[in-house]
Design a protein around this ligand. Sequence first.
Ligand code: 5GP
Length: 220
Amino acid sequence: MSGKLVVLVGPAGAGKTTLAHRVIDRSPERRGFSVSHTTRPMRATEQNGVDYWFVTRAEFEQLRDQDGFAEWAEVHGNYYGTSRAEIARLTGAGRDVFFDIDIVGAHNLWRQYPSEVRLIFVLPPSWQVLVQRLVDRGSETEASLRRRLRTARRELQAVLASPAPWTVVHNDDLGRATADLERAVSEPLQPTAMEQHPGLRAFLREAMADPRADAEVTAQ
Ligand code: 5GP
């Protein structure tokens, strides 16, 4: 495989897709975006084959059982997966491939392709900004907002405990974050201690202090 696999992880609303497309658009002949399969319903703004391949659970399970996925995970009750065919299509042309997947999928790809994978954690400007963006979308109920905040906190803790090398891109300024991502892809990997990243530490502090992100208490 000649290209790199650039895996972007971070909370919904962190700007992962925007960042990926900005970097891809600078050299579209050398870079591509991996279109995942999902069983979740298509949103009004989405297009089949562009944002995802929207499939039924039966279709997903059939492809999974034929070993058609390089990685897959269940997120919020829906299946998501990266098909082997999608990776082959993009890397076959020698391109770097960008992924917007969850942390389970990120670790799976890293285990399979340790020398090609670059793991990037996209950090929103701050916890407060992240909460505000989710609220402003207007599509979140109180329960789904809490669920997304719980997931954001859990992913952050998992990244901090991860055995893999990560690079943090702090998306508090889109221009700078795009340049940071570009650099993280094209330059040799500099291992950094995640806990030392000031933006990440502040974000973790705020995430831990927000009761809306506390683990769900199930009724006895
Ligand atoms: P959404 O439904 O908001 O588009 O995505 C929900 C979550 O699923 C996000 O965290 C996204 O990164 C993750 N996701 C999207 N595609 C894939 C995939 O192919 N594999 C995995 N493991 N996660 C994915």
